[in-house]
Every structure is written in structure tokens, then in C-alpha cells.
Design a binder for this molecule. Structure first.
Ligand code: PLP
Length: 354
């Protein structure tokens, strides 16, 4: 398949104040888009001016949520070169999500190269200030106008780019975690493992409840016993418990995060023992009280590492340690961001330079 490149006739004004960038509000001048028709496969791949899509009101995505997405970042380094963190892993996961949602596979090599071509053309949109990046959002939607429930025969796949500010402005800030004792995000056999919009739509109600109580993020427990930690919002959860790293195993309800994967590699190298097991909410609440739970943090592309300052479960709200980010948590945040921004060598082959 050829990749057509269409001209931008009305470029947008460049970013004036990088410190005022709001996550996911501003988009670059171009987008990558390709179309799928069953029988024909993917076709009409092109990089075109960013703009609204034209969809039939009966497009299946609008009714039955056949949709998947990805999220990754481009970092500008001190020498002005551009770097991406494990981008091929995102393309592979995109196809795994597609499989689960009965959507067509993309040609990974073609899609990867086309995405990189888009980013090269839009490289002026990668911000310069410390901690900023260009967020990349690959998306696939079912576009066939049809109200019957079945996998669609037509799809759009596109990639949009959004310059984002530093997540932590006044230093790395611990989050307050609300443990949901009633609502669940994913069930065994469900779609928890796929990066699909419906999982997020289903999570909003509990997130609202958390926000109304002054908490930042919802920690999801397993759907069966409502006892074991799964993950948080758009992050995997990791704990330093009795000196070991504990994180939920990937058994279908938890997203296989690329940041999680990277953290596990780093802590293993630091000599920590890893337990991929279900940590119970009792272990958390008791562990905070008796000190066995030393550190807790979320891991995901948007925030990289997010330290937990406190937990709230069934009206029992407790602070972890002195409420400040733990030593290992900070070390992992520094190591990952140093590798991404080129301040530390990339010994794992994680970086793709553009
Ligand atoms: C994207 C996502 C993550 C984090 O994955 P990364 O690859 O590290 O960005 C974790 N949980 C959920 C539910 C997600 O959607």
C-alpha cells in the first residue's frame, strides 16, 4: 500500500506557551488515516490535514462501541533529536486489542512506518520544554452504517498528535487513591485486556464518586471477590511490599502496560524479587498500618510513574508512609524519564530515534 501525503493549506499557529498546554486539547496540523473494507482490506492510506471526520449516524462505533486505541509519546532531547519509547510494542498491542474486538489487523510494519512518517512531518509540534512531549493517539473505529449487532465490514484507522505539557509541574505529586468496593472495571472473560473505549466509559461512574470524595483515581478490585487489586484508571499498580515488588498478574482483566513491563525489567536489574500475584485490599490497608507496604505507584505512558500518597477503602482513609513519594518510586521515575529524554543511555533497546 502506498502512503499518500496531502498538503496542509492552512497551518495552525504554533504553541506559544508550552507551560499552558492542557493534555489532549490541542492537535497538530496533520493526521494519518486509512480505510478498510472487508474483501478489499486496508486502502487509501494518507497523511492529510487534521480535521473532523464525516461519519454516518448509523456508524457502528457510535452504537456498539467497536473501537480501540493506543497512547505513546515522542520526546525532544537536549540536542533537539526526537525519541520514542518502545513504539513497536504499542503497534503490536493495537493488533491484540483489534483481535479481541473483532476488528481487522493492521500491517504492523506499514503502520509503524506511516506513523513515524507522520511524526517526522509534524516534528515542529514536539514541544521543547522540560517534561513536555508529543502524545500520539492511534485509533480504530467501526464506520459501517448498520444497526445489526455483528463485527463491522468497514473501519477507519487514524493517528492524531497532541503536544502535551509536563505532567508534574511543581514536582512529582502523590495521588490519593479511592478503592472501589462496589463498581468493577473488568471481569474475567471480558475486555479488560483490550485498550478499548468501552472500558473507560464503564469506569466513569466510580471515578465521579472518587472525585466527589476528594480522591484522584480509582483503584479497581477483581470483579469476583472484590478483594484483589487489578489496576488504577489508565495505570498498572505496583507495590513495594516486604521489600519485594508485587503487581497483578496479566490474566485477562488487566492491561498489559508497556510502562509496567519496563518497570519490571528495571527493578529486576536493581535486584528486587518480583511477585506477579494478586495483592489483596486487606494486605494494603494492614500493610500501610504496620509498615509492610513501603511504597505504591501507578505506571502508565501519560504519567510514567505516579506515587500513591493515600488510600481510601470503605470510609477508612489512610496515608502511606509520610505521604511523600518513596525512594524507589522516584528512582524509577528518574530512570525512565532519563532514558526517554536521553539523559541516560538506553541499554535495553527501548528507544527509537526519528
Ligand atoms: C494504557 C493503559 C495502561 C498503561 O499502559 P502503558 O502501555 O504503560 O501506557 C494501564 N491500564 C489501562 C487500563 C490502560 O488503558
Amino acid at each position: 500500500m502506498d502512503l499518500q501525503i496531502l498538503p496542509v493549506t492552512a497551518p495552525k499557529a504554533q504553541i506559544e506557551n508550552e507551560n499552558e498546554l492542557v493534555f489532549g486539547k490541542q492537535y497538530s496540523d496533520r493526521m494519518l488515516i486509512m480505510e478498510y473494507d472487508r474483501g478489499q482490506g486496508w486502502h487509501s492510506a494518507r497523511i492529510q490535514p487534521y480535521g473532523p471526520l464525516s461519519l454516518d449516524p448509523a456508524a457502528m462505533v457510535l452504537h456498539y462501541s467497536q473501537e480501540i486505541f493506543e497512547g505513546l509519546k515522542v520526546f525532544r532531547r537536549p540536542d533537539s533529536s526526537l525519541a520514542m519509547f518502545r513504539p513497536a510494542d504499542n503497534v503490536t498491542r493495537f493488533n491484540r486489542s483489534a483481535e479481541r474486538m473483532c476488528m481487522p489487523q493492521v500491517d504492523e510494519q506499514f503502520f509503524f512506518n506511516a506513523m513515524l512518517e507522520l511524526i517526522r512531518l509534524e516534528s515542529d509540534w514536539v514541544p521543547y520544554s522540560e517534561g513536555t512531549s508529543l502524545y500520539v493517539r492511534p485509533t480504530m473505529i467501526a464506520t459501517e452504517p448498520m444497526l445489526g449487532v455483528r463485527p463491522a465490514d468497514q473501519y477507519l484507522c487514524y493517528v492524531i498528535l497532541s503536544p502535551v505539557g509536563a505532567y508534574y509541574k511543581g514536582g512529582i505529586a502523590p495521588v490519593k487513591i479511592w478503592i472501589s468496593d462496589f463498581y468493577v472495571r473488568a471481569t474475567e472473560g471480558g475486555t479488560g485486556e483490550a485498550k478499548t473505549g468501552g472500558n473507560y466509559a464503564a469506569s466513569l461512574y466510580a471515578a465521579k464518586e472518587a472525585a466527589e470524595n476528594g480522591y484522584d483515581q480509582v483503584l479497581w478490585l477483581d470483579a469476583k471477590e472484590k478483594r484483589y487489586v487489578e489496576e488504577v484508571g489508565s495505570m498498572n499498580m505496583l507495590f513495594l511490599y516486604d521489600g519485594k515488588i508485587v503487581t497483578s498478574p496479566l490474566h485477562g482483566t488487566v492491561l498489559d502496560g508497556i510502562t509496567r513491563r519496563s518497570v519490571l525489567t528495571l527493578v529486576k536489574e536493581l535486584g528486587y524479587e518480583i511477585e506477579e500475584r494478586a495483592l489483596s485490599v486487606d494486605e494494603i490497608m494492614e500493610g500501610v498500618a504496620n509498615g509492610r507496604l513501603q511504597e505504591a505507584f501507578g505506571a502508565g505512558t501519560a504519567v510514567v510513574i505516579s506515587p500513591v500518597g493515600s488510600f481510601c477503602y470503605k470510609n477508612n482513609c489512610i496515608q502511606l508512609g509520610d505521604g511523600n513519594p518513596g525512594k524507589l518510586t522516584m528512582e524509577l521515575y528518574d530512570t525512565l524519564t532519563d532514558i526517554q529524554y536521553g539523559r541516560q543511555p538506553d541499554n535495553h533497546g527501548w528507544i527509537t530515534l526519528l
